[in-house]
Design a protein around this ligand. Structure first.
Ligand code: AMP
Ligand code: MG
Length: 515
């Protein structure tokens, strides 16, 4: 299908820009990106508009009017935007993959917002010099998944790129079968990846590497300045340390909610510690540490239980890239060591919160005892592949129920004991848990647990239903899911079906890298 030319710029009113743009990234110079125009798509339609995010960012209504539909489709340019694609490299599935880059995501600029400057990218807006063999497009299926999961993660309190809107087009796109095109507008303070640093390091271009690191510190991670005190004033060691800590926090949150990313290549790792590049991700149904959500991941490199180690491996790649700037090998290794204590600490705290056992100041022996409790429970869940989300939510509910009883009873735990075959083993665990918690605390704990254990996550089969309806022209299920997932800890009366165990057909869904 031939593409119509880009139409005139979008502006409101009388050529005043709707967003207030800056372009600090462009100051880095042409080695970092290529200016280009999005490729228009035929007959765009709104598939979803994220009003809550628009309001949160303080952006005007006009952003979601018909003229902006053309801009978010890549058929027109917003006044003040300066579209470009950036270059990066990376390690994919453990191998150096060389140059990659934004092959289908087009950067429009940074727009001032109530939350500080936000970069906007159109994902699926056409080919770029970094597309390699790709068509520069994204299919509706994977774009719906990205739109919904970005907002689901945000609702869960997990750092992520956000999704502002989703535009669908009937334009055909070839994947395993013929599908149709879509463009997601995604938003983040920065889309910098580990791979951006690996790129210039691999090229031996130290000037660009330094420019990029200085840019990241000045505009996105100013806390590195203070952190440098811990590293003899070495700002680049502080940068690695900051990224390392954010990554450890992120991974703890992923693990605690049962999120599998699926493609943790270094080019899919955000410098800001955001979840980025939603592809074959999955929220666990049955708990299985070896679960592989990406059908293209034959070795299980990115299995759920391996994610924390893979993140460390990726940080190692970032460290190699930054090593010449840090210029102190021992210090670089010392920074990396941090992950080994930070990650278990964050995961421990996240799991303790799921059990209602909060308290950052808990002494070490208590944390260790709590971790034993967590491990025992996880082993029990793994043995039976108990549904991860349902179990934790039911446990939270059961604690609330028990808190209202005169005395604890086995029947009071039926919400969770009904979920397992080995009831005696779970009852034994529950008695240890009760001993640790002290029944008096149950009311407060139950409330805490209901805020730590979501009722709703974006299971594959839920996304699939929204996708099938959207492919048939009805986008309403996207909104239904969006409304649940943006407040996943709320009860949402009448929507229980969305919190139930997955249907049998969910096990047959195959999610690959193809997007
Ligand atoms: P991903 O696996 O989605 O993170 O993509 C890896 C690399 O392939 C990135 O450089 C993407 O920009 C690029 N890529 C993926 N799909 C396409 C596509 N359809 N067209 C062009 N580039 C793509
Ligand atoms: Mg990617």
């Amino acid at each position: 299908m031939s593409s119509p030319p880009l139409v005139s710029p979008v502006s409101h009113p009388h050529d005043l820009p709707v967003l207030d743009w800056t372009h600090r990234l462009t100051q880095l110079g042409p080695r970092f990106f290529t200016h280009l125009q999005p490729t228009p798509v035929a007959a765009p339609r709104w598939a979803a508009r994220n009003e809550a995010l628009r309001v949160e960012l303080g952006w005007p209504n006009a952003l979601f009017d018909d003229e902006h539909l053309q801009a978010f489709a890549g058929n027109a340019l917003m006044v003040g935007s300066q579209p470009l694609a950036t270059v990066y490299s990376g390690h994919q599935f453990g191998q150096w993959a060389g140059q990659l880059g934004d092959g289908r995501a087009i950067w429009l600029g940074e727009a001032a917002s109530a939350q500080g400057p936000q970069e906007i990218q159109l994902k699926g807006a056409g080919r770029t010099p970094y597309s390699r063999g790709g068509d520069g497009r994204a299919v509706l299926r994977s774009s719906i998944r990205e739109y919904l999961c970005s907002e689901a993660m945000h609702g869960l309190g997990i750092p992520t790129t956000r999704a502002l809107c989703l535009v669908a087009s009937p334009e055909p796109v070839r994947r395993e079968t013929m599908e149709s095109a879509a463009v997601v507008a995604r938003v983040a303070p920065s889309f910098l990846r580990f791979g951006h640093f690996e790129h210039f390091s691999a090229q031996g271009d130290m000037d660009s590497l330094r420019l990029l690191a200085d840019h990241a510190i000045a505009h996105h991670l100013p806390e590195c300045r203070e952190r440098a005190v811990l590293w003899q004033g070495n700002m680049y060691a502080a940068l690695l340390d900051e990224v390392q800590e954010r990554t450890a926090k992120l991974l703890a949150k992923w693990q605690a909610v049962g999120f599998c990313h699926g493609v943790m290549n270094t080019d899919n790792m955000s410098l800001l510690g955001l979840t980025i590049d939603y592809g074959p991700f999955q929220f666990l149904d049955g708990f299985d540490p070896g679960h592989i959500c990406n059908h293209s991941d034959h070795q299980g490199r990115y299995a759920y239980g391996r994610q924390p180690n893979v993140a460390y491996w990726n940080l190692y790649c970032l460290a190699q890239a930054l090593a010449s700037l840090i210029d102190d090998q021992e210090m670089t290794l010392q920074v990396l060591e941090g992950y080994k204590t930070l990650f278990p600490r964050y995961l421990g705290d996240a799991m303790r919160a799921k059990l209602g056992l909060v308290g950052d100041l808990a002494p070490e022996f208590e944390r260790e005892a709590d971790w034993t409790l967590v491990e025992d429970l996880m082993q029990l869940m793994a043995a039976e592949k108990v549904d991860f989300t349902v179990f934790w939510r039911q446990l939270s509910q059961a604690v609330v129920v028990q808190s209202t009883a005169v005395a604890l009873t086995d029947a009071g735990w039926s919400g969770v004991t009904d979920l397992v075959l080995d009831r005696p083993r779970l009852l034994k665990w529950l008695s240890l848990y009760t001993e640790r918690a002290g029944q008096n605390n149950f009311a407060a704990m139950g409330q805490q647990m209901l805020r730590s254990n979501p009722k709703f996550v974006l299971r594959n089969h839920l996304a699939e239903i929204a996708i099938r309806q959207a492919q048939a022209g009805d986008f309403s299920e996207i909104d239904t899911l969006y409304n649940l997932l943006k407040s996943p800890f709320d009860e949402h009366p009448g929507m229980q079906a969305y919190a139930d165990l997955p249907p049998d057909w969910a096990g047959q869904l195959e999610i690959s890298c193809s997007s």
